[in-house]
Design a protein. Structure first.
Length: 189
C-alpha cells in the first residue's frame, strides 16, 4: 500500500478515533492530543502496516489505546504539583460534550439520555471500551480483540458483562419507559 492510500484510509478513521479518545480522556484537549499523537505514530509506522484482512481501522485503534495507556502509566509515575492537583479536581466536574467537528451522522451523544451516558461512563474502562467499540463503532469481536490485545473470548465476556451492568443500571429507566426485558422461553433451551 502506498503512502497516499494509507493516509487516505487513516484519515477516514479520524472521527471514530476522536470519539473513542473522548471516552478515554474525558477532555477535549487531551483527546485531541491523543488523536494527534496516534496519527503521528501511525504515519511513522505506515511502512510496517500489513493489512491482515481487517483494514487500517483496528490498527489505528490499537495505536490509540497503546498511546493512551502509555501516557497514563507515565503520568502516574511523576509527581504532581499542587496546582495540577487542584486543576485535576476542577476538570472532573466539567461537562463532557462532543466537539462540533464530529460526524454526527454516525453517532451523536447529544441525543443520548443523560442516564444512559452516566451508566456507560460508570462502567470500568475495559468494559466501556469493548462496549463502545462494538456498539458505537460497529467493530467485530476479532477486531476488538486485536485493538485491546486480549483473546476473543475475553472480549465476548467483557461485552456480556458490560451489557449486563448497563441493563441493571438502567432497569428503572426501562420500567419508566415501559420496556420489559424479554426472557428466553425455557422450552427453547
Amino acid at each position: 500500500m502506498n503512502r497516499e492510500e494509507f493516509e487516505h484510509l487513516a484519515l477516514e478513521q479520524l472521527d471514530p478515533l476522536h470519539r473513542m479518545a473522548m471516552q478515554l480522556c474525558r477532555r477535549h484537549d487531551e483527546a485531541a492530543d491523543l488523536v494527534q499523537e496516534t496519527f503521528l505514530r501511525a504515519l511513522k509506522a505506515a511502512d510496517r502496516f500489513e493489512d491482515q484482512g481487517l483494514g487500517v481501522r483496528p490498527w489505528m485503534y490499537r495505536i490509540l489505546f497503546n498511546t493512551f495507556y502509555t501516557r497514563r502509566k507515565r503520568d502516574s509515575r511523576g509527581p504532581a504539583s499542587i496546582a495540577e492537583f487542584f486543576a485535576e479536581e476542577s476538570r472532573e466536574t466539567e461537562p463532557c460534550e462532543p466537539p462540533p467537528a464530529w460526524n454526527m451522522s454516525s453517532f451523536d451523544w447529544e441525543h443520548v439520555d443523560e442516564r444512559i451516558k452516566a451508566a456507560v461512563e460508570d462502567l470500568k474502562p475495559e468494559y466501556r471500551a469493548v462496549l463502545l467499540l462494538w456498539g458505537v463503532e460497529g467493530l467485530k469481536y476479532r477486531e476488538i480483540a486485536q485493538i485491546v490485545d486480549t483473546p476473543i473470548g475475553t472480549v465476548m465476556s467483557r461485552l456480556h458483562r458490560a451489557r449486563k451492568l448497563l441493563a441493571d443500571a438502567l432497569a428503572d429507566c426501562a420500567d419508566e419507559l415501559g420496556i420489559r426485558s424479554i426472557q428466553p422461553d425455557p422450552s427453547e433451551t
